[in-house]
Design a protein around this ligand. Structure first.
Ligand code: PHE
Length: 444
């Protein structure tokens, strides 16, 4: 069957890594780490990513490639007339929520490209850069403008079905991002006082591990790997039948984790050196980075290249989010691809505008003292993604069952895979139990 969607079958690693690597690694990871006690968070995060990343990712790929469908259609096909499609619906809604607040930050990368090209950071003190960042928030309309531009760009790519072209670029651009992160990390660590940042990252204070640290690490792990809401089911449905799902999952998990840790190595030494608080949240990244470029020879060019790469990394993530909603609308509601893209983009832009405006000082868009932006972020990452992931592994382990799972991971027996039994055991027993325990103890 020729499916609507991306122009051609995607290279699995490029596509999934494109979705995984993004603002989650470079912006959200340092924020969460800084707010949740540094090194202790890093340890919990790494344990979760390395323990749960592969089983959950693989489960999503298996469901997607087996059914060749969007998340709702996939569950419906495998278990017609059951409640399972609810997990798919949850994923589509979660995609809309994430796209709404993610596009706010994605928009900032565009603003920062413009600033970088105009050489607007150089020679400025931290206090000036901080002031300009907070002024930018408080303007409101400018955030919204960039956000809408970003969603438009995303919609353009998804509608044109040129995502496979984007993936080809990202095969070159993502390694370049890693390279530039390495250069920045070296600069950051060698700044005066930079080693304090290393201690913050790598000297865990275990007394800092609380329920909220654990749940934040769980949410961040799933968010960063794009897991638990059907992006990887949808991408799984576009994956070639001869790709190796298991080894690809391992590669994507490792690549994503590498980028996150590198981001930590860039941000924290510099933040400690310049006196940016690790709990500074958004400013942690958006104020520290320009300061690093200010301390580098060739900083002007590095700054431009970095923010362009960051924007592209964000774009390959927003494409995956929008694609989930569009695939659902096209395949289940039989809306044509053009209208499906328009509807999904407009809906996320409308929710997104409130997210952006909620970041203004004294904004009315807050719930219980938290900005609407933070509420969307918390509910989707720390609640919906773990719930989604829990039911996805449960589905593969208990409903789909061993023989169908084996058939799909071994490409109908073509791949020799001696560890498939162990992997299935982890998916069936360990992963759901671990997610449930972390989620419940973390939340309560
Ligand atoms: N993983 C992406 C990032 O780290 C964000 C994302 C989350 C994308 C969930 C799709 C689904 O930037």
């Amino acid at each position: 069957m020729k499916r609507d969607g991306f122009g051609s079958k995607l290279g699995i690693i490029a596509a999934a890594a494109g979705s995984a690597v993004g603002l989650g690694n470079i912006y959200r990871f340092p924020c969460e780490l800084g707010n949740n006690g540094g090194g202790a968070f890093l340890i919990v995060y790494l344990l979760i990513v390395l323990g749960l990343g592969v089983p959950v990712m693989l489960s999503e790929f298996v469901i997607g490639r087996r059914t060749q469908k969007n998340p709702v259609g996939a569950f419906r096909m495998l278990r017609p007339k059951s409640g399972w499609p609810i997990i798919g619906y949850l994923g589509v809604i979660c995609g809309l929520i994430i796209l709404a607040f993610y596009s706010t930050v994605a928009g900032w990368t565009l603003e920062y490209i413009v600033k970088a090209v105009g050489d607007q950071f150089s020679g400025k003190d931290l206090s000036v850069i901080e002031q300009e960042f907070s002024d930018f928030h408080n303007l409101g309309w400018k955030n919204v403008l960039w956000q809408v531009v970003f969603i438009f760009l995303t919609a353009f790519v998804v509608f044109k079905g040129v995502a496979d072209g984007i993936e080809k670029y990202s095969k070159i651009l993502m390694p370049l991002l890693v390279l530039i992160l390495i250069v920045l990390a070296i600069r950051s660590i060698t700044l005066p006082g930079g080693t304090d940042g290393l201690s913050f990252l790598f000297k865990p204070d275990f007394s800092k591990i609380t329920g909220s640290v654990v749940i934040s690490a769980l949410g961040q792990a799933f968010f960063s790997l794009s897991m638990g809401m059907g992006v990887l089911i949808t991408y799984g449905s576009y994956i070639k039948k001869e790709d190796n799902l298991l080894s690809s999952s391992v590669s994507v998990v490792l690549a994503d984790t590498l980028v996150a840790v590198l981001a930590g190595l860039v941000i924290f030494p510099a933040a400690f050196s310049f006196g940016v608080q690790p709990t500074a949240g958004m400013g942690l990244v958006f104020n520290t980075l320009p300061m690093i470029f200010n301390q580098m020879s060739g900083g002007y060019f590095f700054c431009i290249i970095f923010f362009v790469l960051l924007a592209v990394a964000a774009l390959t993530s927003t494409i995956s989010l929008l694609e989930v909603i569009v695939a659902y609308l096209v395949e289940e509601l039989h809306i044509n691809r053009r209208w499906a893209t328009v509807v999904a983009a407009v809906a996320s832009a409308i929710v997104g505008v409130f997210a952006s405006l909620s970041l203004k000082n004294g904004s009315a868009f807050s719930i219980g003292g938290n900005s609407f932006f933070n509420c969307l972020d918390f509910v989707s990452s720390n609640i919906l993604l773990p719930i989604g992931a829990f039911f996805i592994v449960l589905f593969v382990g208990w409903i789909m069952g061993k023989s169908e799972f084996f058939a799909e991971v071994t490409n109908e027996g073509k791949l020799k895979m001696s560890i498939k039994g162990i992997v299935f055991f982890i998916i069936k027993f360990l992963a759901p139990v671990a997610i449930a325990i972390i989620f419940v103890t973390g939340l309560f």
